[in-house]
Design a protein around this ligand. Structure first.
Ligand code: SF4
Length: 289
């Protein structure tokens, strides 16, 4: 089991979404309630009121992912198991980390905001990682996952892992962008011994089971018409290059509309009408299209 987990590409089913927005000066407060056969989650998300660039919504999804992961971890610990991930353990940070295209732009902007010396240092690490991937003939493969054959993802992820390339943000085995780290990093939580993450196999890694993957719903937000079921994604290690090669950014849109589409994708049921019609009557997520 690695960061790159084909199972993670699946979507949640049997969820319901509720929200009761409160409109403030700058933000809309959205109460979210999700439930499935054996789990439920309530949280509140603050969404910018004005139309914004998609990457500005990323912190909202971070907050949601943290709520999902936190709740799943609590459930696991109630059964007596213990989450073994902790500060200073970067054993998983040499794996292939898939992120959504919007997060790739987010990561690019995180790096661009760094002071120039630091930015150069981080960009140099990205360049060195790319050099090693290029030597291994992996750059084109990683930039075009849509061309991968069925089942090829695992072998490419293993080839990547065996290169031992540390994430450019990893320092002293800790994440140097902890608050800004991608959703996939937040979702990788294990109860197996941490040393197993340095040699991951399906038999030795026990991940905390999540009811759904937030990062795949984010990736589908970027393109909800995946070719042959393959959603678009970018390897974290190539996020700067990918973004540099895409100078045109998506147009801004209203945060609550983005959130509405996100939950539609997550639940695969329309928030408007059907099972959620009662909910719709006291939300403006549908009405503000
Ligand atoms: S962003 Fe942080 S948590 Fe994610 S792989 Fe890199 S160092 Fe690890």
């Amino acid at each position: 089991m690695t960061f790159f987990d084909d199972k993670a590409m699946t979507q949640a089913e049997d969820t319901t979404v509720t929200s009761a927005p409160q409109v403030g000066d700058q933000t809309i407060s959205v109460n979210v309630e999700l439930s499935g056969p054996e789990w439920s989650l309530r949280t509140t998300l603050l969404v910018p009121k004005e139309p914004i660039a998609p990457e500005k919504m990323v912190p909202v999804f971070f907050s949601f992912a943290d709520a999902v992961v936190g709740s799943a971890a609590e459930n696991v610990e109630r059964t007596g198991e213990k989450v073994s991930c902790k500060m200073g353990c970067g054993a998983c940070c040499r794996q292939l980390v898939p992120i959504s295209e919007t997060e790739a732009r987010w990561i690019h902007d995180v790096v661009e905001r760094l002071p120039s010396v630091r930015r150069t240092e981080i960009r140099t690490r990205f360049a060195e990682a790319r050099r090693r991937l290029s030597e291994a003939g992996l750059v084109d493969r990683l930039l075009h996952p849509e061309t991968w054959a069925e089942g090829e993802g695992w072998s490419i992820a293993m080839s990547y892992f065996h290169l031992g390339i540390a994430c450019p943000f990893l320092e002293d085995e800790s994440c140097s962008i902890h608050a800004d780290r991608p959703v996939k990093c937040r979702e990788y939580l294990v109860t197996s011994p941490p040393e197993h993450c340095a040699q991951p196999t399906a038999n030795t890694i026990k991940m905390v089971d999540l009811p759904f993957r937030v990062w795949t719903a984010m990736a589908r937000l970027d393109n909800d018409s995946p070719t042959e079921g393959k959603i678009p994604w970018v390897p974290l290690v190539l996020a700067l290059e990918w973004t540099d090669n895409q100078p045109q950014r998506p147009v801004p849109s209203c945060g609550h509309e983005v959130l509405r589409r996100f939950f539609e994708i997550l639940s695969r049921k329309s928030i408007v009408g059907g099972q959620s019609s009662v909910v719709e009557s006291h939300t403006d997520l549908g009405e503000r299209k």
